[in-house]
Design a protein around this ligand. Structure first.
Ligand code: MRU
Length: 362
């Protein structure tokens, strides 16, 4: 997608040295587009953990390049194992991390050390290209959900939570891919962007990328989503996900579950967009089997923004002595999900439909 007319991916190999890895530091958005250069596996691990890069598919792609950087330093068996362990421990919920590392491991462990460096870069690049193609397919399969509601030039209002746009992937996004395609096709699509406390991925990232692409959107407080649905102002909900069980339970950013409940109560379709790399075929019960990341309490007790004097400021919003808890994801049971938008098509959120559509993976 484009930033001020210039096409970007969210991660790429530096055009000058052809080995270091460039990312957009997402902790700086929307205030600055800071293109950070990463040169070691440790720097990549930090970028994932501190959320300079985030979003399930991008976490996977970043980890793959982290392995490539590790192979540049030392392509021995011991260093490969160390890189897989360090990168694998960065974030627990998004299964794409484990998927990408398994793909790197499967390839590299059967090669001799002197063949690993070139192979690692090539595989990381392939993971990125595959992600772009996958998300484009998700967009095409999801597009009819929007066009079907746009009869006679009617505006279609989509509500989304967190950021499942192009900067959460390598390009296109998952939940936002059908929206970008609808917009590009001239459909009057408008997005209700939930701010997504505590880290505000909606307010900071989704609003930024939709704005840069010219898509109509309005930021709302997380708590406003149900009210909008009751008023008939939401035609459908589309969210991304960090892990889907083989039975169709969906882990996504904290607060997603409440929107699924509100959507069900108001008869609003609740769709989840995902690449098949987000499906964890080894588990069936999302509530008990998906690890939920617990992040720092300071993400809840503080907020960061641009002060009126133009500086970036972090302020405390909770009394000094009040403890805070910060579960970063929740699980929406499959029964609340209208359907899944995958790269192979629309799929019911249940085991029979998922294993039928992905019989080669399940
Ligand atoms: O903590 P984050 O910002 O990495 O969480 C991201 C999400 O929850 C996204 O909705 C999910 O990864 C899907 S991204 C296409």
């Amino acid at each position: 997608m484009k930033i001020d007319g210039t096409p970007f991916r969210s991660i790429w190999v530096d055009e000058t040295d052809h080995w270091s890895v460039r990312i957009i530091d997402q902790t700086k958005l929307p205030w600055a587009v800071d293109l950070v250069r990463l040169t070691t596996m440790e720097e990549m691990a930090h970028a994932i953990k501190a959320m300079l890069v985030r979003g399930a598919p991008l976490i996977g792609a970043s980890a793959a390049y982290g392995v490539a950087l590790a192979m540049r330093a030392d392509a021995s068996d011991a260093n490969l194992a160390q890189a897989l362990a360090v990168l694998g421990a960065t974030r627990p919920t998004a299964i794409n991390l484990r998927w990408a590392l398994a793909r790197m491991q499967a390839l590299l462990q059967k090669l001799s050390p002197n063949a690993r460096l070139a192979a690692a870069y090539a595989e990381a690049a392939q993971i990125c290209d595959d992600d772009v193609a996958t998300n484009e397919a998700i967009g095409k399969h999801g597009l009819p959900l929007i066009t079907a509601r746009a009869q006679n030039g009617r505006r279609v209002n989509v509500l989304t939570h967190c950021n499942a746009g192009w900067i959460a992937t390598v390009d296109w996004g998952t939940a936002l891919a059908p929206i970008y395609m609808a917009h590009d096709a001239g459909i009057d699509v408008h997005v209700w962007v939930e701010e997504t406390r505590p880290r505000n991925q909606g307010a900071s990232l989704t609003a930024w990328e939709l704005g840069k692409h010219g898509v109509k959107h309005t930021v709302i407080a997380d708590n406003a989503g149900g009210h909008m649905m009751q008023r008939g102002d939401v035609d459908l909900v589309i969210v991304g996900t960090d892990r889907v069980t083989r039975t169709g339970d969906v882990a996504n950013k904290i607060g997603t579950y409440l929107k699924a409940l509100a959507a069900r109560d108001n008869g609003v379709p609740f769709w989840v967009a995902l690449p098949s790399s987000t499906i964890d075929w080894t588990i069936s019960d999302g509530l008990t089997e998906i690890p939920i990341e617990e992040r720092a309490a300071t993400e809840v007790t503080t907020m960061t923004g641009r002060a009126l004097d133009g500086s970036i400021a972090t302020i405390r919003i909770v009394p000094k002595d009040s403890p805070a808890a910060n579960p970063a994801f929740d699980v929406t049971p499959a029964r609340l999900v209208s359907g899944l938008i995958t790269e192979r098509g629309l799929c019911d959120a249940n085991e029979a439909a998922l294993t039928g559509m992905f019989s080669d993976l399940a």
